[in-house]
Write a protein that binds this ligand. Structure first.
Ligand code: SAH
Ligand code: F3S
Length: 493
């Protein structure tokens, strides 16, 4: 495979970003190099998402655009990996016969061998977990695939866009089977990785200069793994990672409200690195809707949890996910969700219009009966309510000084920079000076500063606020630079 060029595009969640990183690592180890040119690559991989129909439609459209380049160069290998590959391999081959490789998210370690096979036979190669993943023993499946060597290789190539931050998987799959969700079908049963593997991986990343680690799992707080005959739970895992010298910040996503235990709040309060931020998707503020979604908690229990988080962890911020227009959702039920948003004062929320997914309980048993224009209206209403709340809370921060990990240039500055360069103009220092960073509570802060601040923990005094962004001025540095190198972006859409 030496001398061949790989183009990879990643859709969907952070788990996919990490999976792509691992796939790239394996392929760099086999002699591939990365390219940003899709149409002239030797191998094109699309890492896909199935959570909503829209994401799948987008993947199909990208695949469609590969027909011509593949015709021009029949040796090009086109691969679909990730959740859509697992969910609908037949649909993909039917609609996109030029696809050579189909690989589910549990089988990604097979990709190098699959490529060898395709080059030899010119036949399509398919690797799926399907029901198998539900039959394997939890430990077998938990150890699969994540390899420190692959991670090391891809990170040294700088593909993930930010050498300061890294994702580490603690868990695969999900056992909750919320009625709307396709994830248990595409990613299989919940299995937690051994704690020692996770801690070793975190240490390796910190040795390479990573300052902030985000632990990934579908329901991270239900993490449990046997270590020397003793069950290690999530709070203890946080404690073990917190002991790594040089790590500055530890985050985790996503938590499941039904399983949240106090020891995790205590860990968030007491551990040096644990950030005061919690993503706690609620999905709806109506008990009957939660029941239809099979979320296994009530609105009252969710509110109690939010209150407890604020009691135990000073300054904590909360984010949430909502689905609008789930089967049978009435205006009254939607109004209950708006009420919950008012009650909880989230830092931000992610709102999704319900999208029926084939194979789920909801698709089989209930009707997707809320019209799209109603879904759209409810979506906008929710965002409007949240925006008003977020502006109020963010304005309350004006005048305060917050600690920020400087991540790089702000998006606006990058856009302006590209536009100026394309016009052949010199980049003004006013534009390049717009840096962006994040507080421990996951608030985005934009401020003016020099490039050498990137990678450092600094204090910023807040002088302005919108719903999603704070603006401020540098007040002082509280950490050392860690040499960020060039920021090369992976193709995430
Ligand atoms: N625990 C996972 C959830 C994965 S899906 C996590 O890591 O975030 C992410 C979000 O997508 C869910 O919280 C839910 O709000 C939304 N979602 C899932 N299935 C959906 C569907 N069928 N239609 C619309 N939104 C959906
Ligand atoms: Fe999906 Fe519910 Fe699991 S949203 S990922 S089935 S917790």
């Amino acid at each position: 495979m030496a001398g061949k060029r790989l183009y990879i595009e990643t859709m969907g969640c952070q788990m996919n970003v990490l999976d792509s990183e691992l796939v790239v690592g394996q392929l760099l180890g086999k002699g591939f190099s990365l390219t940003n040119e899709m149409t002239t690559a030797d191998l094109v991989l699309l890492n896909t998402c199935s959570v909503r129909d829209h994401a799948e439609a987008k993947a199909l459209s990208r695949l469609g655009s590969l027909k011509k380049p593949k015709n021009a160069n029949p040796d090009m290998i086109v691969g679909v990996i990730g959740c859509m590959a697992e969910r609908d391999p037949d649909g993909i081959t039917l609609k996109m016969p030029h696809v050579d490789l189909i690989c589910g998210p549990g089988e990604l370690n097979k990709i190098p061998a699959m490529i060898d096979e395709i080059e030899e036979t010119r036949e399509r190669s398919v690797a799926l977990s399907q029901s198998l993943s539900r039959r394997s023993t939890p430990l077998e499946r938990a150890n699969e695939y994540d390899s420190v060597e692959a991670l090391d290789l891809s990170r040294s190539a700088g593909i993930d866009g930010n050498p300061l931050q890294a994702y580490v998987r603690v868990q695969r799959g999900c056992d909750k089977f919320c009625t709307f969700c396709v994830v248990p079908f595409t990613r299989g049963a919940e299995r937690s990785r051994p704690p020692q593997l996770i801690v070793d991986e975190c240490r390796m990343l910190v040795d390479r200069g990573v300052k902030e680690i985000t632990l990934l799992g579908q329901t991270v707080n239900s993490y449990v793994n046997q270590d020397d005959g003793k069950a290690v739970r999530f709070a203890e895992l946080l404690e073990r990672i917190d002991a790594i010298a040089g790590l500055e910040r530890l985050r985790f996503v996503t938590s499941y409200p039904g399983d949240f235990t106090d020891d995790i709040f205590h860990a968030m309060r007491d551990l040096r690195t644990a950030c005061e931020y919690l993503h706690l998707p609620v999905q709806s503020g109506s008990d009957p809707v939660l029941k239809r979604m099979r979320r296994q908690y009530s609105v009252g229990q969710y509110i109690d949890l939010v209150d407890k988080a604020r009691d135990i962890v000073p300054g904590i911020t909360l984010a949430s996910d909502f689905i609008v227009g789930f089967c049978g959702e009435t205006d009254e039920e939607h109004a209950e969700s708006l009420k919950l948003i008012e009650r909880c004062t989230f830092k931000n929320i992610f709102v999704f219009k319900y999208s029926e997914r084939p194979g789920t309980v909801a698709a089989k048993r209930v009707t997707d009966d809320v019209p799209d224009d109603v879904k759209r209206r409810r979506n906008m209403e929710m965002l409007q309510v949240q925006e008003n709340i977020a502006i109020q809370t963010n304005r309350g921060l004006i005048g305060q000084t917050v600690q920020v990990l400087v991540e790089g240039y702000s998006k606006r500055a990058i856009k302006a920079q590209v536009a100026e360069t394309e016009r052949g103009q010199e980049i003004s220092s006013e534009v390049t000076g717009q840096l962006v960073g994040r507080t421990r509570t996951d608030r985005i802060v934009v401020f003016s500063g020099e490039t050498d601040l990137v990678g450092r923990l600094i204090d910023v005094q807040i002088s302005g606020a919108t719903a999603l962004t704070l603006h401020g001025e540098v007040a002082g540095a509280s950490g050392s630079s860690c040499g960020t190198g060039g920021l090369v972006s992976i193709n995430v859409s």
